[in-house]
Ligand binder design. Structure first.
Ligand SMILES: [Zn+2]
Length: 413
């Protein structure tokens, strides 16, 4: 039975701490393994060395993903992974947890001599966090990048990806060879910290991710008329800011009428014009984004938001324009894997929470290529992308054991 096998938390802790020393900044206490930096690359070489210590033969594919296979050469693999890069001043667990738990799972399966019908492959994806747009490694593996993009993409400082790759001795165009056919992969599992407060608030240890929420992004403009703030009577103003206020104020009602418990509406960026203390703002331009796990709910929210903005504009004598900047559909984890992981968690004595992921993960691209599943463990205070990011070792151990049980359920004979 799968639940008779357990990971070694002391060994996993040492791995997480050793990797966490690479790119560590003693001043900020943050981890800086930004995608394609020297520290990021050093972390990848460290990981390859760890696999070699197990007598395995890891390799780096053309996109700088580190991959290590154990088992049959030809059968489709059960992949386990996450990313090794970090945000600037990131935490100890984001990404690293999924990769190093995979390494520990692989050790247990190998050292216990468990007979496999599918080989296990551990993958450490590259540039997930967004220096060059994010999810570079997993998109390369899924065949979603092209040569024009590789040669033109730059980071915020204007540094080209191709130059960073060449500086590390890598040929950027070889990233195209990282593609894996769907036939070569049986399933994908990822253990990740939740990066939100839900599990902690519910006092539960294990989350099973049902899917990654979709997101739409709009740019909205309300145009009225700028005028003197002392002489223009309140009832004669065309105040664009008040239009924005009414819209934001209506979010709870919009979600109650058209959304779900997991819907999210956000105005994250606002620009008022002319932007002077004593002038009625004649124009406001703002970002508006909506998220949900159901594409239909996303559509309903988008339609209702458009109608409401038109209505507010009429009422306030404003002109309303908007542009849809992007529409990313929700991605669903495989229903069979969700059920299997929930069962394995229950077998280990947990009460798993089925939940969506509001953050993006490598797994969202893997859902397109294969059957994918994700496990969450609690983030203390819901904090992530910060040196303060923390997950208790107890919870790490429990999450990694669910990952192990899931891997055995999918891969063992
Ligand atoms: Zn992550």
């Amino acid at each position: 039975m799968s639940h008779s096998y357990l990971i070694d938390i002391d060994r996993l802790r040492v791995d997480i701490q050793e990797l966490g020393a690479i790119g560590y900044d003693a001043q900020t206490k943050g981890i800086n393994r930004i995608g394609f930096s020297k520290a990021d690359y050093e972390g990848r070489l460290w990981l390859m060395d760890r696999f070699r210590q197990e007598g395995l033969s890891p390799y780096m594919d053309g996109a700088c993903n580190v991959i290590c296979r154990y088992g049959d050469e030809d059968a489709p693999a059960v992949m386990i992974g996450s990313h090794l890069d970090s945000v600037p001043d990131g935490g100890l667990f984001d990404g690293a947890l999924g990769v190093l738990s995979g390494l520990e799972v692989l050790r247990i399966i190998k050292n216990s001599g468990i007979a496999l019908k599918h080989p296990i492959e551990i993958v450490a994806f590259s540039e997930e966090e967004g220096r060059f747009g994010g999810m570079f490694g997993v998109q390369s593996l899924c065949g979603l990048i092209d040569p024009a993009w590789i040669s033109s993409v730059q980071d915020a400082d204007g540094i080209f990806l191709k130059d960073e790759m060449e500086a590390l001795g890598l040929d950027p165009m070889v990233a195209l060879n990282a593609y894996r056919s769907p036939e070569s992969i049986e399933a994908y599992l990822e253990l990740h910290i939740e990066q939100g407060p839900v599990l902690e608030e519910m006092k539960r240890t294990i989350g099973i991710v049902e899917g990654i929420t979709g997101v739409f992004d709009w740019s909205v403009r309300l145009t009225g008329e700028a005028n003197h703030s002392g002489t223009t009577p309140m009832d004669q103003r065309r105040d664009a800011f008040l239009g924005l206020c009414n819209f934001g104020h209506a979010f709870p009602q919009l979600i109650a009428d058209h959304g779900s418990q997991i819907s999210r509406l956000t105005i994250g960026k606002v620009e008022l014009k002319p932007g002077f203390a004593h002038v009625v703002p004649g124009e406001v331009q703002f970002s508006f984004s909506g998220r949900d796990l159901s594409e239909n709910v996303m559509r309903d929210l988008a339609n209702a938001s458009r109608e409401l903005l038109s209505c507010i504009a009429r009422e306030k004598n404003l002109m309303f324009e908007y542009e849809e900047k992007s529409w990313l559909s929700p991605k669903h984890c495989d229903a069979g894997i969700v059920t299997m992981l929930a069962n394995e968690a229950e077998n280990l004595g947990h009460e798993p929470v089925l939940m969506p992921s509001g953050a993006g993960h490598d797994a969202q691209f893997m859902t397109e290529l294969t059957k994918a599943g994700m496990i969450f463990v609690p983030s203390v205070g819901g904090i992530s992308h910060s040196p303060k990011e923390w997950t208790n070792w107890n919870d790490i151990e429990k999450g990694a054991n669910v990952l192990l049980a899931g891997a055995i359920a999918l891969a063992a004979k």
